[in-house]
Design a protein around this ligand. Sequence first.
Ligand SMILES: [Fe+2]
Length: 396
Amino acid sequence: MSRNILLPRLSEIGAGALDRVPSVLKALGIERPLIVTDSMMQTLGYVDRLTSQLEAAGVAHAVFADTVPEPTESSIKAGVSCMTAGLDGGAAFDGLIALGGGSPIDSAKAIGVLGHFGGTSRDYKFPKEADRIGLPMVAIPTTAGTGSEATRFTIVTDDTAGEKMLCVGVGFMPTAAILDYELTLSVPARVTADTGIDALTHAIEAYVSRKANPFSDEQALAAMRLIGPNLRRVYRRPRDRAAREAMMLGAHLAGVAFSNASVALVHGMSRPIGAAFHVPHGMSNAMLLPAVTAYSIEAAPARYAECARAMGVANPLNTDLAAINLLRKELVALNAELNVPTPGDFGIARDDWAAHLDTMAEQALASGSPGNNPRVPDADEIKAIYERSWFADVDA
Ligand SMILES: [Fe+2]
């Protein structure tokens, strides 16, 4: 059976890569880009740094800085209006530059597809697809987490239905990725932890996925080798350049891995928590990862053991049983050291959590992601895992 593998066509990786944007635009033939970003990137001065380079290179451009965390359909509509209006004077944009964390990049993907092909995000909700390539897009992540610069996915929340929609297709794959780890040096500890666990979850889920393949396996293992030893380091020492560089590459490779395999049960269950309670994506993954792993291990023990070895928490001489026990302990210890809250500690009321269990389980199953898990749960099992995650109980 053949596999469909998608990657960005061009990548610029390393310190100072941000300054290479004009040459990347030239290579891609982009002459009038729309920059899609958020107000934080403006405050940090990254937008000015980018636009002054474009001005120096004589590249006409405009900025849309109104993307929101965990993008919503209404925020995407505002971006689409900006894109279809074109430059002052009316010339149409011929490409996009996405600058920021996962949310601005996910927003730019949706804006690019909807602005070019029309429709709403729901028209591209899985299992429907954006199956055509639209305008070229340069993605510049400023966190080491989502790997969105290397994925064929975007997530948009339908603000009316309160649902996080997974949208898939070649239309959402960036054409170029600029990976400049120096942009992550000022990321706060909480965001560093949440995005880092998100990246680790991508690598683990890609590796244990039913859609794993030899190509995605190699990317996933490489990602775990980079993330495993460096996640605590970047949390404790934000300006550790070597650790930040490893995390940036690790998150990217984890993105390549899951985009070409899939995510699984953690992500399937995480999106409904985000939609209902506005828990940041990586944090809700972290809340779920120990309990979901404990539930899933029996269906793929050798694969989880290999994850433990790649992360550096087990060694090649450990048996699979020893390695998976070490992995379970590690995921609990990691959450403790990175101060990941339980849902209750986050501020969710117990009654509210219980009242949402049916809807969250339904949305998790509808996303399709649980079907990629090595052990496929039914709705009752999903609710039981939500409950174990509430109590941070991983003795499944
Ligand atoms: Fe994720």
